[in-house]
Design a binder for this molecule. Structure first.
Ligand code: SF4
Length: 458
């Protein structure tokens, strides 16, 4: 940590400057967490569903190459063209190659965190391809020239008044109109022409079924469907971990996904794509981009079970009060903090420390990933690999020395109490981030050891 130019703490500090926004961001996400609880508690077999989904994913991770091979064979039989991409660059080049061959320079794209991870939009735009994000939240952040801050609610950091102003500037809506219904209708009108005039559509993949060679895309707006159905070429980008063995397994994941994400019983559209329509090309790009390396790390491999529901973000007290952009990676929050250091340990060394380790993320995860344990394990790896900042390292060494030496421990306690009582500003000042939003605690009159000596019964 400390190696990245802007780490989580610095970026969170910027987000925290707008206290009203922090309050509202926190409350909104907590409200979604509560909706999730209500939906989960409404199903008596919820824990059974979680356990089964977790076991299915464990099986997938243990037999990944077999299931991927099966999926490839079935999908090819269905008329789908399969590509393999080792990394983000290869993925982007494959997409560009398809568009180039068909002389297409405008593409519509539904929400895909994988393409965010690969920075596809920038890659294509640099090569003269215009990409339009069709998910409403994604389109808002695209118009604002910002990355998404949340994997399910990409513009959750924006207030409706800001969106009204953005639409006024970019889409010509009347100034001062921030009515969500009006703005949604304006976005629909704006998008209609894009859907009708794009020959290529890219979607993500929520689940790919090995036994049938089909893939499932879940959206609430139907934007993936309209884009893919109208286009001459449908490209689906998929992380290799999205595979599930059988069709019947979808029932578990579809019931868990949206209840965990937004508290809905099911996504409005869960669309199955298995074969291109007559005259259409359908491509699936299977992307590794660090996943097989992750799979080879026993302590972290089961984070590949993630179905990207975002429940861990909605419940995380750090995410709720620091905002998604402070994680400076495509997938923010607790799960992003596990996945990102796998891609670049130096750049993302700050993220596993952006957690209280309270365990709420692990409690809500529908596929039972031990998220907080993995964050704790990442910290140990990062320190061992030399990515802890010098100040923190020195502080920890000082603590080790003090805690190993009773005389020094007693002296430090006495000195601390004296400073807190007589010169509190030495500790409680703006230089110390801990005290920025906290009051100094009242120093105790005596240490516990002194109290114990006085009060212990013989
Ligand atoms: S780690 Fe679990 S809770 Fe977090 S996004 Fe993935 S599936 Fe959802």
């Amino acid at each position: 940590m400390g190696n990245s130019v802007q780490d989580h703490a610095t970026l969170a500090d910027t987000f925290n400057k707008d206290e009203e926004r922090v309050e509202w961001h926190d409350n909104t996400l907590w409200w979604i967490r509560q909706k999730r609880d209500k939906a989960a508690h409404g199903i008596i077999e919820w824990e059974e569903l979680r356990e089964t989904a977790s076991q299915i994913k464990n099986n997938v991770l243990s037999n990944l190459s077999e299931y991927l091979g099966q999926f490839e064979a079935r999908a090819k039989e269905n008329g789908i063209i399969i590509h393999w991409a080792a990394d983000a660059k290869e993925h982007n080049e494959i997409v560009h190659g398809i568009l180039q061959r068909l002389s297409i320079n405008r593409m519509i794209k539904s929400k895909s965190m994988l393409t965010e991870e690969c920075h596809l939009n920038e890659f294509l735009e640099q090569r003269g391809v215009e990409v339009i994000d069709s998910d409403l939240g994604e389109r808002i952040v695209q118009l604002a020239e910002e990355p998404p801050s949340h994997i399910v609610l990409p513009c959750i950091h924006k207030k409706k008044e800001e969106i009204g102003q953005l639409f006024h500037e970019k889409l010509g809506t009347p100034a001062g109109n921030a009515d969500p219904q009006f703005l949604t209708e304006a976005a629909r009108q704006h998008m209609r022409d894009k859907f009708l005039t794009r020959r290529a559509a890219l979607t993500g993949v929520n689940f790919a079924v090995a036994e049938s060679g089909e893939f499932v895309v879940c959206t609430n707006e139907g934007n993936a469907d309209i884009g893919a159905h109208l286009a001459d070429v449908h490209i689906a980008s998929m992380g290799i971990e999205k595979i599930i063995p059988e069709r019947k397994h979808l029932g578990y994941f579809l019931r868990l996904l949206t209840r965990s994400a937004t508290g809905q019983p099911i996504t409005t559209y869960s669309s199955h794509f298995s074969t291109p329509r007559a005259g259409q090309e359908m491509h699936v790009i299977l992307v590794d981009n660090g996943r097989s390396i992750h799979l080879g790390k026993p302590d972290f491999r089961n984070s590949l079970k993630c179905i990207r529901c975002a429940a861990c973000m909605n419940t995380c007290p750090v995410y709720r009060r620091s905002g998604g952009h402070s994680y400076h990676t495509a997938v923010a929050g607790p799960i992003g903090s596990i996945l990102a250091p796998n891609l670049d340990m130096r750049k993302y060394a700050d993220l596993p420390f952006a957690s209280t380790l309270c365990g709420s993320c692990s409690n809500v995860c529908p596929v039972k990933i031990d998220i907080h344990d993995q964050l704790y394990k990442w910290r140990q790896v990062l320190v061992k690999e030399g990515h802890a900042p010098a100040l923190k390292k020195a502080g920890m060494q000082g603590m080790t020395l003090t805690l190993n030496n009773p005389g020094m421990y007693r002296f430090a306690g006495k000195a601390g109490r004296w400073f807190m009582r007589n010169v509190p500003f030495v500790l409680n000042n703006k230089m110390n981030p801990w005290f920025k939003q906290r009051d100094m605690p009242e120093p105790p009159k005596q240490s516990f050891t002194d109290w114990y000596k006085k009060n212990r019964k013989p």
